[in-house]
Design a protein around this ligand. Structure first.
Ligand code: ADP
Ligand code: GLC
Length: 480
């Protein structure tokens, strides 16, 4: 089974969000099942330097541009990576999608349109020295057009399309469609036209042989108007080929027993001292006060994520005056919408010593928050899968999450029954508003105050199997 796995970001080469975690780990898990898999992504600035002994695999002319294909491995992985090198499009400063001033690149339609076409041609064996794919696995809108290009050929590899986030639909004006010189017949309701624009996501959905999302619950949710971002009708229609496969977590990266970012590593049997040491270090790192005088230490709540509408952190700001009446502190890491960044920066000044905040991207701090916090809060309005609630469980940190998407699939709510039978791992609340968050946090504080319940939640979480092997088996079955 030969699989070409295409993504716009992958660890350890480049990351802006969870897609990179997935593209950095799933291919390795598939390789372990015997799949001959290649990962392909654009050669963004600095990525070629991270490839071990890269060799020039071949060349492709795409829309008149000379793309060079480099092949190499990334440290610690047996999987071959292909980087599509054309510096005028991909070798820029900034992240894959934005300039350093956080403006979307104005030619993103061209950049990813060309990338998607190159992926299809590589899959068909052009510029690969004879290697041809049986299956192409595309991820998110940046690879949507690959599905369309493949459908022009017969025979052609099958195309599996994974939706990591339906909110990003790769929408561009008709002029971008024309500039890319795409076949005029594609501009149709039964094609990639979406309310008068081109949607690269829709191309992937429409022409895929199979569509997956990153949790079973999200696969159901997106067939309804509330979560469908306008694609619910199409997804309902395509539901026979739509399924959900839960993400895993990379044990080599997220494991408290081996995590080099931590003040102290720990396992389930050294949980108490391990978490205490990490908490103390985290408090010092973020400038949190050690506690309120004679009162018992406050519960530390971790929050990490992109500051966008999706993640619901504005609700935390709304709930803050009431939250701060509770014996809690916050350890927070995030970057994104300026208004939210300002809101949290203001809150730090308003509640000195109670809120530790770092605005920006910091891989190491993300690990230290997972290890040092008691609770981990995710009030997402929607969440295709979510990774931090799984990392939390692995680190003995109790997740408090909105009952939505993959959060509902991965956190077992503490009820009398689940506490008794030892399956409870966190708190799941029903409303992504201030009331919901307050209810969830209050309930979590009650549970933590009971030493038996607390230890039960932590140990059940740490013992869960979130390894990629499970998910990889499901993808392999789908490929077959
Ligand atoms: P999404 O992909 O929607 O952003 P996920 O929960 O799937 O959400 O994945 C987010 C990933 O990015 C996690 O690994 C998380 O730890 C990481 N992350 C998010 N924001 C930051 C940040 N500011 N600094 C470091 N890591 C971050
Ligand atoms: C997306 C989603 C997130 C998911 C990640 C990886 O960015 O927002 O929920 O975990 O992709 O699949």
């Amino acid at each position: 089974m030969k699989v070409l796995f295409a993504a716009s970001e992958a660890l350890p080469l480049v990351k802006t969000g969870g897609l990179a975690d997935v593209a950095g780990a799933l291919p390795g898990a598939l390789a372990a099942l015997g799949v001959d898999i290649r990962v392909v992504l654009p050669a963004y600035r600095g990525t070629l330097d991270k490839l071990e002994s890269p060799t020039r695999l071949g060349e492709l002319k795409v829309r008149g541009q000379p793309f060079v294909i480099w092949q190499g491995r990334v440290p610690g992985s047996p999987v071959l990576h292909w980087l599509i090198d054309y510096p005028p499009l991909y070798g820029r400063e900034g992240d894959p999608y934005h300039s350093r001033q956080h403006q979307p690149w104005p030619d993103n339609a061209w950049r990813y349109g060309c990338f998607a076409e190159a992926v299809a041609r590589l899959a068909l064996g052009e510029g690969t020295g004879g290697w041809k794919a049986d299956v192409v696995h595309g991820n998110d809108w940046q690879t949507g057009l690959t599905a369309a290009w493949l459908k022009l050929r017969d025979p052609s590899p099958r195309f599996v399309f994974t939706i990591h986030n339906l909110a990003y639909s790769g929408l561009f004006p008709r002029s971008a469609f024309e500039a890319l010189g795409l076949p005029p017949g594609w501009w149709a309701i039964d094609g990639l036209e979406f309310h008068g624009q081109m949607s690269m996501l829709k191309a992937g959905l429409y022409w895929a042989d199979a569509i997956t999302t990153v949790s079973p619950n999200y696969a159901r949710e997106i067939r309804s108007p509330r979560f469908g971002h306008g694609f619910d009708g199409l997804l309902e229609h395509l539901s026979p080929r739509l399924s959900g496969i839960l993400n895993g977590i990379d044990d080599a990266v997220w494991n408290p027993a081996t995590d080099g970012h931590l003040a102290q590593t720990y396992t389930a049997s050294s949980l108490r001292p391990g978490k205490a040491a990490n908490r103390a270090a985290l408090s010092a790192e973020l400038g949190l006060s050690p506690g309120l005088g004679h009162e018992s230490p406050q519960t530390l709540i971790g929050i990490i994520g992109r500051l966008t509408e999706q993640k619901g952190f504005d609700v935390v700001l709304q709930a803050l005056p009431e939250l701060m009446q509770l014996p809690i502190q916050l350890a927070m890491l995030g970057a994104g919408e300026p208004e939210l960044e300002r809101g949290f920066a203001k809150a730090v000044a308003q509640y000195p010593g109670r809120i530790g905040l770092k605005l920006g991207y910091d891989e190491g701090l993300a690990h230290r928050i997972e290890a040092g916090a008691d609770l981990f809060l995710m009030p997402s309005r929607f969440e295709p899968c979510g990774l931090n609630q799984m990392y939390s469980q692995r680190y003995g940190t109790v997740p408090v999450v909105h009952r939505v998407g993959g959060l509902a699939d991965t956190v077992v709510d503490a009820t009398t029954r689940t506490l008794k039978n030892g399956t409870a791992t966190g708190v799941v609340f029903d409303d992504a508003d201030a009331g919901g968050v307050l209810y969830g946090i209050r309930r979590a504080l009650e549970l933590l105050a009971d030493p038996v319940a607390r230890a039960g939640l932590q140990h059940s979480g740490m013992n869960r199997d979130f390894t990629w092997a499970n998910s990889a088996r499901q993808y392999l079955a789908l490929y077959r």
